[in-house]
Design a protein around this ligand. Structure first.
Ligand code: HSE
Length: 290
């Protein structure tokens, strides 16, 4: 039996749209065993009542991609998923499914694919690398797609950095959250994000928390997503003074604060602001992982 743990991830980290991501200490588990015939999928935890358990399941589909690529044909498969990452909340649940499937299938087939090949394949399935890369590699990952290849670099998470996620009680698909983005952005906004991504990376690399605090702003995606996440504008404004910064996690609706202290106070403030906008939510202190 093969067992794989895959972390939740938070993409973008504010200004690094489709480019930066970080793994979080919250894991899904995938157990796979070869059986004599057929496909058995059991889901425990998030998605047990909504994920498909036939060949359309994303984990199975991802496994198939590896089997096809390396020429491996299991007779039958039994897959058990223990899902702790909530679905469609901006915490990388689909990236975790893709990566869990790819890594488990690669182990089953004798580890024929390299980590670079897995990053490429996962990105091809997901469409962007910023969740799948840290789900595979851990830490903070900067990445970009060049043709069919992903160029990436993993960085260590600064030692004192803590994260608080606040998860509203509704789903928002990445597809829907990408539909609201404009086809073009202004030169000024592009320069804003370039400079802030540069500052953020420098802050992360040098553990300069003052720089990180200056850098966690964005003009490329959050302004367009505010209507999809009621209370977002207030959270971004009001939580900033207690934290280094706060942003949408991935494409939302979860919001994530990066901080050195005040985790409980920050979490409670985010829950209260969502409540003022009629949304139930809960917060979790989820440390970044390396
Ligand atoms: N970079 C992606 C987006 C992440 O913001 O649409 C999706 O989780």
């Amino acid at each position: 039996m093969i067992k794989v743990e895959v972390p939740a991830t938070t993409a973008n980290l504010g200004p690094g749209f489709d480019t930066l991501g970080m793994s979080l200490e919250l894991y899904n588990e995938v157990e796979v065993a070869e059986i004599e015939e057929g496909l058995e999928i059991e889901v425990v935890g998030y998605g047990s009542d909504e994920l498909t358990t036939d060949k359309s399941n994303l984990i199975y589909q991802s496994m198939e991609r590896v089997f096809t690529k390396v020429g491996y044909s299991p007779q039958g498969l039994k897959i058990k998923l223990k899902n702790r990452i909530p679905l469609a909340r901006g915490l990388g649940s689909s990236a975790a499914a893709i990566v869990g499937g790819l890594v488990a299938a690669n182990k089953l087939a004798g580890e024929k694919l390299s980590i670079d090949q897995l990053v490429d394949l996962a990105t091809e399935i997901e469409g962007h690398p910023d969740n799948v890369a840290p789900a595979l590699l851990g830490g903070v990952v900067i990445s970009t797609v060049k043709g069919s290849k992903v160029v990436y670099k993993k960085l260590a998470v600064p030692a004192k950095l803590k994260t608080v996620v606040c998860i509203p009680d509704y789903q928002l698909s990445t597809a829907k959250a990408r539909e609201v983005l404009p086809a073009e952005v202004s030169f000024k906004d592009a320069v804003f994000n370039l400079s802030h991504t540069g500052l953020l990376l420098t802050g992360l690399l040098t553990e300069d928390y003052t720089l990180i605090k200056e850098a966690l702003d964005d003009k490329l995606h959050q302004p367009y997503r505010q209507d999809l996440v009621p209370g977002l504008a207030e959270i971004l404004k009001e939580v900033k003074s207690d934290a280094l910064g706060v942003t949408i996690s991935g494409s939302g609706p979860t919001v994530i604060a990066f901080t050195l202290e005040n985790e409980g106070k920050i979490g409670k403030k985010m829950v209260d602001i969502f409540a003022e906008h009629g949304l139930d939510s809960h917060y979790m202190i989820t440390h970044p992982t390396n």
